[in-house]
Every structure is written in C-alpha cells, then in structure tokens.
Design a protein around this ligand. Sequence first.
Ligand SMILES: C[S@@+](CC[C@H](N)C(=O)[O-])C[C@H]1O[C@@H](n2cnc3c(N)ncnc32)[C@H](O)[C@@H]1O
Length: 266
Amino acid sequence: MTYVHGYHQREQVRLQDQASTLVELLHSDTVYPDGSRVLEAGCGVGAQTVTLAGKNPGAAITSVDISAGSIAEARGKIRKAGYTNVVFEQGDIFHLPFEPGSFDHIFVCFVLEHLAQPIKALRSLESFLKTGGTITVIEGDHGSAYFHPDNESVRKAIQCQVELQKRAGGNANIGRELYPLLQAAGFSSTVVSPRQVYIDASRPELVEGFIKNTFTAMIEGVRQSSIDAELIDATTFDEGIAGLHRTAQKDGVFCYTFFKAVAVKR
Ligand SMILES: C[S@@+](CC[C@H](N)C(=O)[O-])C[C@H]1O[C@@H](n2cnc3c(N)ncnc32)[C@H](O)[C@@H]1O
C-alpha cells in the first residue's frame, strides 16, 4: 500500500486536529439515546471516539479497528479523557465477532474511503444492527475542494492524493456516493446532509485547524509517493503546496464538503 491513514505519528496528530476542528460541524447531531448499544467501526486512534463517548454518556460504545496499534492509541485516549462507556476490540469490518442484531446504532467515519468493497462492508455492518437501528456514515470528497486564489498546481497535487488512494483500492471522492452506496447495501430512509467547511480569514481557527493542519498536511503527506509514482514532478507538487498555503492568507478562501448519511435497517 502506498498510502494509509492513521498509522504514523504525524497522521495521528493530523487526524486529531481534523477531529477537534470539525466536531461541531460533523457531530452536533451525533446523539444516541441512553441505553443504546453503539458500534463504531474503524475507530482508528480514537479521534471520533472521544466525541462519541463525551456526547453520549448513556450509550454503551464498542469501537473496533483492524489495527492493534491504533486500538491501543484510542484506548489510551479514552482512558485519559476519563470516559468509561467505551470498550475496544481489534477486528476486521468484514469478519466481526458479534451476534446478528447486537447493536442499536452503528457509526462509521472516514473508513469507506479506504475500502475496495464499501457496499460489502455496509452489508456486513448491517447484519449487526437491530431492525430499525441506524447507521451513520461520514466521508469527505476531495472533488469538493475549491479555493481562492484558484491554482492549477493545487488541483494537480490534490489529484495525486485521489489517484494514490484509488491505486490502494480506495476512493477519496466517496462522499458524493453515500446515498447510492447505502441504498445498494439494502438500507432504507437514507438521508444525506452535506456539511460544508467554508473558510476565510475571519475564521482563523479553521485557517489553522483545517486549511493548514488538516488539508494541506494531508496533501503534503503524499509528496514523495506521488513523485515516486511519477504522477507529478517535484516543482509542480511544491507549487501546489505553496498554492494551498496561499489560500490561508488574509484574502484567501477555502471550501470543502463532508457528507453525513443516516440510514435505517429495514
Ligand atoms: C482514516 S482512519 C479513520 C479513523 C477514525 N474513524 C477517524 O475518523 O479518525 C481509517 C481507519 O479504518 C481502519 N480500517 C481500514 N480497514 C478496516 C477494516 N477492514 N476493518 C476495520 N478497520 C479498518 C484503519 O485501520 C483506520 O484506522
């Protein structure tokens, strides 16, 4: 694999920055009734788990990830935050050890974008839901990034990330597909809400937290792999990164849309 989220220190810091900046935008309505059993699939280093646990103190949350290292990191984070409503298990979404209908709700964030078979993953998760239970899926979509000043090199650098993720079996533009994916997996009552991050200089916390520490850091992270794969030359890539930083200046603007879907198991 040329590119994997979550396993390196810098990635962990980036995912954490991303999570704290976006908490309100993505999670203001991630609320589960007291007594609910919630499965978080692909919890990574726990960036969303902390929010889920804090916003839903009465829910019993089970968070799983295929990476033992990420699980250890996530467990430490939850312990440090003092939450006691989460248990962690290492597991593969396609082979989870739970009984059918074990959960009232499932939560999946920034995971489908990495899977070659997202519909199969959704079907597998569906089997662990009670009838009438919900699945919440959150994904980004790199095709939704636009900015001022516009810059061809920025678009080329972003496209490198999209192409590398595709070569690794994933889809960095999956956000726009959540409705058809959930329908194809057999869910009903699917509702998708686009959540746009709009950033100009009047929102300095997002200039730092999203333009610089999230999006630009993510694109910078694929510099060497992109050059090695001959997707781009070093000069164009570096112009792209400079162009991204340019959007963070006082007359710059940056937009990106996440998609949040909630669907019901029939
Ligand atoms: C980009 S991270 C997102 C982590 C977390 N949900 C967040 O929003 O910060 C994607 C995670 O999915 C996990 N993952 C990928 N394939 C998986 C699978 N088949 N089963 C379980 N977890 C998987 C990876 O190990 C990684 O931790």
